[in-house]
Design a binder for this molecule. Structure first.
Ligand code: COA
Length: 569
């Protein structure tokens, strides 16, 4: 018997190579033609603490990490303690025994596979390779392609030297041997899917790829978990196109550089997380005021302050929409999955240039590290839309009042187009101007130009037709969880619909209200304490949503949303 959908969870201590093991398994599943969605969570410490990696592999498309595991591999006692309640009848349990730091109780109906991972690694005098003993065992027990695993192992550890590579290959073989001595009792086997033209990429790398496809010319950032990989990706690839990046001394400097580069005519962006976005708020206001295009990607993490740096949360919506002093217009978008990380980054760069304002793209900690299978991107499918530029006719006025409130820009150095662009209120020519009537006109200009965003840009997706007993509105990576919850509920005959906004601000109010008018109740699941999207829904529309908030550092599972809908009904 095989399963179309298999979830393998590996957990242990940070530093034991849990993440590498999960990455290798994910790569092997994807190369076998499976669709994958991975989830990892690890501590903020570099070594120690609970680390977990979950691979969901399926012959069908997967939208989230799933509810729980089919197969669990525990490297240590802590991992066992954290996960033992999920060891339900039918699950398969691979664990470090004997010789590990724990002796588990095996619940009835659980398929138990003791593998002496630590002991075997110690005997081979390569304790570091404990994870490869586990991987060898998993390969045999669950039919994970051995050759692919060895290939990815070699790619990674080969760079660390021949001795390390050989220890790991030996450990892998040892794990296989130990598993072959056991009797397989569970039904789980990874089946080969059909070969497809896909890539496997993590959310942060996908944002970097989107930036390149979107014509990025300048990038500056200060490293911060969980956004740093965006900078790493851009640093690896942007210079190949003769373009530039800087690792700045802090977030304020990075957004200042990005603003300056954009003023000079370059398509520019930065990437950060909540604490960095908070520091950037003054410069966001300057981007709004000087009408200088700017993209900030905010990979949200648990806050406030240093909060939970490596943990998932969707709690920067208030900050993204209103984080600045004064009335500072901007566009805020969010991403659902890895595909979106590419598409919406291109879209965000376009919108920043088209509307000459700051754009904030919200990703999150779960998506940042989640690897997913997506069709190989085709650059021909992406259109780069540049800012409206001055045609050289007539007198140049940087903030000329136009029908769509957007004024053509001239790059510094353009003959006859010398102008000032500062954070001060100004008249049409850019010179400081405090007159009351001018202030009103300029404020209108900066806000009214955004009126067309909702109409010009496809802001929401509606999942389902007709009337529903419950309508689910959600955003970010929770959308993928809601999709599956809705499919399961429908299969049970429940009338339920979904509303998935990608444009968070300006808010497509009419579309929210039209959706809610077809639902008896509206439920808004979000991974934040206060219900930040619910707050905006109440403030901006006539909808009275029911909130469903969690903030434990983990995403929702489909089962949680299914159960909540049933409770609401
Ligand atoms: N043989 C040799 N090296 C191995 C190995 C093996 N069998 N298995 C893993 N390693 C190496 C990995 O290659 C990696 O080294 P690299 O970074 O040079 O590639 C290292 O050991 C860690 O292994 P990895 O599998 O990547 O992670 P892990 O599961 O052991 O967990 C982390 C470690 C990721 C939790 C931890 O290092 C970390 O980064 N924590 C987060 C820190 C942070 O961001 N804090 C927030 C600050 S605000």
């Amino acid at each position: 018997m095989s399963k179309r959908d298999l979830i393998i969870r590996v957990a242990g201590e940070g530093g034991e190579g849990i993440i590498s093991t999960g990455d290798f398994i994910a790569a092997a599943c994807a190369r076998a033609g499976q669709e994958i969605y991975t989830f990892k969570t690890f501590p903020a410490e570099v070594k120690g603490g609970y680390a977990m990696y979950q691979v969901r592999a399926s012959l069908d498309r997967v939208y989230n990490q799933g509810d729980t595991f089919d197969v669990f591999c525990a490297f240590n006692g802590e991992a066992y303690e954290v996960n033992k309640s999920a060891l339900t009848p039918g699950t398969a349990f691979v664990y470090d025994y004997p010789g590990g730091d724990f002796e588990p109780e095996i619940p009835e109906g659980v398929h138990a596979y003791p593998i002496p991972m630590s002991k075997a690694a110690k005997e081979m005098k390569s304790y570091r390779s404990k994870n490869m003993v586990a991987m060898g065992a998993l390969s045999v027990l669950f039919n994970i392609n051995e050759n692919t695993l060895k290939q990815v192992l070699t790619n990674k550890f080969g760079k660390k030297g021949e001795e390390i590579l050989n220890f790991n290959l030996q450990a892998f073989e040892k794990g296989k041997e130990l598993a072959l001595a056991l009797t397989k009792t569970d039904p789980y086997r990874l089946e080969d899917g059909s070969s497809k033209d896909v890539i496997v990429i993590a959310g942060n790398d996908a944002v970097g790829m989107g930036a390149l496809l979107g014509g990025l010319e300048f990038f500056s950032a200060y490293p911060i978990t969980p956004a740093t990989e965006i900078a790493k990706y851009v640093a690896t690839h942007l210079p190949k196109f003769g373009r530039h990046l800087v690792q700045a001394e802090d977030e304020i400097a990075s957004i200042g550089q990005v603003l300056g580069a954009s003023y000079a005519g370059a398509r520019s962006m930065t990437a950060t997380s909540g604490p960095g976005l908070a520091l950037m708020s003054e410069m966001l206001g300057m981007s709004s005021m000087s009408e200088t295009p700017l993209l900030v990607v905010d990979v949200q993490r648990g806050g406030p302050s240093t909060g939970m740096p490596t943990k998932h949360e969707q709690a920067d919506l208030f900050l993204a929409i209103h984080g600045a002093h004064g009335d500072a217009p901007r566009i805020v978008l969010s991403v659902e999955d890895v595909q979106d990380c590419i598409d919406m980054t291109v879209e965000s760069l376009n919108l920043a240039d088209m509307y000459q304002c700051p754009v904030i793209l919200l990703s999150d900690g779960s998506l940042a590290f989640s690897t997913q299978t997506i069709p190989t991107p085709n650059p021909a499918n992406y259109t780069v839309i540049n800012r409206k530029r001055w045609d050289g006719e007539g007198e140049y006025r940087r903030y000329r009042l136009t029908e769509d409130y957007i004024s053509p820009m001239a790059d510094p150095g353009t003959p006859n187009a010398m102008h000032i662009a500062t954070g001060l209120e100004h008249g049409e020519n850019g010179a400081p101007k405090w007159a009351s009537d001018n202030r009103q006109i300029m404020m209108d200009k900066r806000f009214k130009k955004l009126d067309s965003v909702v109409a010009n840009y496809k802001p929401v997706e509606i999942d389902g037709d007709g009337d529903a007993d419950v309508g689910i509105i959600t955003w970010g990576s929770t959308i993928g969880v809601a999709r599956e919850a809705i499919a399961r509920l429908r299969a049970e005959g429940v009338k339920v619909k979904g509303f998935y906004p990608k444009l968070m601000w300006p808010m497509p109010v009419d579309q929210y209200e039209a959706f809610a008018a077809t639902c008896k109740k509206v439920l808004v699941p979000e991974v934040n304490y206060q219900g930040q999207l619910s707050f905006f829904i109440r403030a901006m529309t006539n909808i009275k949503p029911l909130q469903y908030n969690i903030c434990g550092g983990l995403p929702f599972t489909p089962a949680m949303i299914v159960n909540k809908v049933k409770e609401v009904l």
